[in-house]
Ligand binder design. Structure first.
Ligand SMILES: C[S@@+](CC[C@H](N)C(=O)[O-])C[C@H]1O[C@@H](n2cnc3c(N)ncnc32)[C@H](O)[C@@H]1O
Length: 268
């Protein structure tokens, strides 16, 4: 009998404070709600106000309808790191409602291709409906988990992600998957949160703090080490972004010194 992705255990998952399968189940519940009711009472910002706060160009945001932006729940702007070339194959890890895939689709043009992978059915439904409504023929959404991507070896020129790897218990495993699907010379450019110091053990075991994008973050140095451990070189980290400022989760973010950052690395 085939093993379900969620039943898969990684070699390194045992070192993490939360059970990866239980974490994924809770994340699906939370992000199904972000897909269904994006203006709901979340601890993080969503939608157009968030995209503006994170510096996405107004022209790009205005070119998309509300429904394509509403479920955006990123933490920084992975496109700010480096211009994605026309014609690229781009993979978005944890594509959510699809906003970053729609942005990438405009950058790569008709000769490029964008694939978004996510594990929450409501997010995939929402993103696929929007892509069809927008008439985007170069975007596809696939169900899957970051720990075992449904993507061929060396398919991608660029791997992006926004606010997702912090939600994965085994970050090195997910980063190794990103490495596998990138071609040699391909670029990983993602946004995620970093914590200012050590998150106490009790907080690291609190799944709700993980799903709110707080407890699963690494420090900048730990992120750098994890990216290098997965095989990448030329790791660069962007300046901190106050992703949670003004959101309901601001005080908790301040407590743990949580800020968004961009990360760039190359499969050398
Ligand atoms: C904070 S949202 C960010 C979504 C999107 N990147 C954005 O910026 O709007 C996190 C997304 O990651 C997905 N996700 C979290 N862990 C995942 C995993 N292990 N595998 C696949 N998707 C995952 C969730 O389903 C959710 O849609």
């Amino acid at each position: 009998m085939p093993t379900s992705p969620d039943a898969m255990q990684s070699d390194t998952s045992s070192i993490h404070a939360v059970d990866p399968e239980a974490l994924r189940a809770e994340i699906r519940v939370k992000y199904a709600e972000v897909a269904r009711n994006p203006d709901g009472p979340f601890h993080f910002h969503t939608g157009r106000p968030l995209a503006a706060k994170l510096g996405y160009p107004t022209s790009i945001c205005e070119s998309l309808p509300d429904s394509a932006v509403a479920s955006f729940a990123g933490v920084d702007n992975p496109f700010a790191v480096r211009q994605i070339p026309v014609g690229s194959h781009v993979l978005d890890l944890g594509s959510g409602g699809g906003f970053d895939c729609f942005v990438a689709a405009g950058l790569v043009g008709a000769t490029g291709k964008v694939i978004g992978v996510d594990m929450t059915p409501e997010m995939l439904d929402r993103a696929s409906r929007e892509a069809a409504a927008l008439g985007l023929r170069n975007v596809e959404f696939r169900a899957g988990i970051l720990e075992r991507l449904p993507i061929d070896d060396q398919w991608a020129d660029v791997v992006i992600s926004n606010g997702v790897l912090n939600l994965v218990a085994d970050k090195v495993l997910a980063l190794e998957e990103a490495y596998r699907v990138l071609r040699p010379g391909g670029v990983l450019q993602f946004a995620d949160i970093a914590v200012g110091g050590k998150v106490p053990e009790a907080a690291r075991c609190d799944i709700e703090l993980w799903t709110d994008c707080i407890a699963g973050g690494l420090s900048v140095d730990e992120w750098t080490d994890a990216i290098a451990a997965a095989g990448f070189g030329s790791v660069a980290v962007g300046l901190p972004t106050d992703s949670f400022g003004g959101a309901a989760g601001e005080s908790r973010a301040r407590h743990y010194g949580v800020f968004g950052h961009t990360f760039q690395a190359v499969k050398e």
